[in-house]
Design a protein around this ligand. Sequence first.
Ligand code: HPA
Length: 274
Amino acid sequence: MQELWGQIEAATSYIRRFWQGTPKVGLILGTGLGGLAEQIDQQMTIPYGDIPHFPVSTVQSHAGRLVCGTLRGTPIVAMEGRFHYYEGYSLQQVTFPVRVMKALGAETLLVTNAAGGINPQLDLADLVVIEDHINLLPDNPLRGVNDDRLGPRWPDLCAPYTKSLIDMTRATALELGIHLHKGVFVAVSGPNLETRAEYRMLKMMGADVVGMSTVPEVLVAVHSGMKVLGFSVVTDLCLPDHLEPVDIPKILANAATGGEKLAKLIPRVIEQLR
Ligand code: HPA
């Protein structure tokens, strides 16, 4: 754990050599949602591979770089591409960038993902603001000796997603005429999509959307005392009785359509976090 502290310091001081801003927000752009990065007034971009102790992204649709700058006047640091458990990384590796965002000064984690829609009221390319989650990953990024400098041994999860941010986001979406659902996200390990029986189970559990990311990053953000706001874009419909074979190009196309709405909503949300 001493080791993790040192690694965070090494990564943070490397980034500080190129960018001296203090981000208010750490933004994670999920699969197919990287387009938002174009709106950032980019002061510095750093490939993950250059940052000490950062893992390197293996997913083709992920650019794999850290973008530092401002979005509508708010200083932010954005991950264009994230790390997934299914790629083979440990959850400590997956969440390392969140530790670094916090160490740079970010008070809020804003996380996005592409997800399957379990709630039958959801349609393709719909947006969901995450109000709670279910963790079905077989590991936890906080497992192991706790470094009290990073956060408490037993972080409370009675409200991991910050209520005031959800309320502000819903009001902003209403103003913009963007339809925004609210729902429960369930994290699975992947890389396979789920069976019909599993989708039935996830629905019974109370999940509205399912994806292979986000929960580890949120756990570390909560552990480190950050506020959290999360969004899912519905890329496929997980209706057990009408399930179609997975079509990755279609998933990416739906992510892009939903991503356009997110690209309108998120800057207006971030603007209010200055
Ligand atoms: N299941 C899990 N992860 C996903 C899905 C899904 O249906 N769609 C996008 N990410």
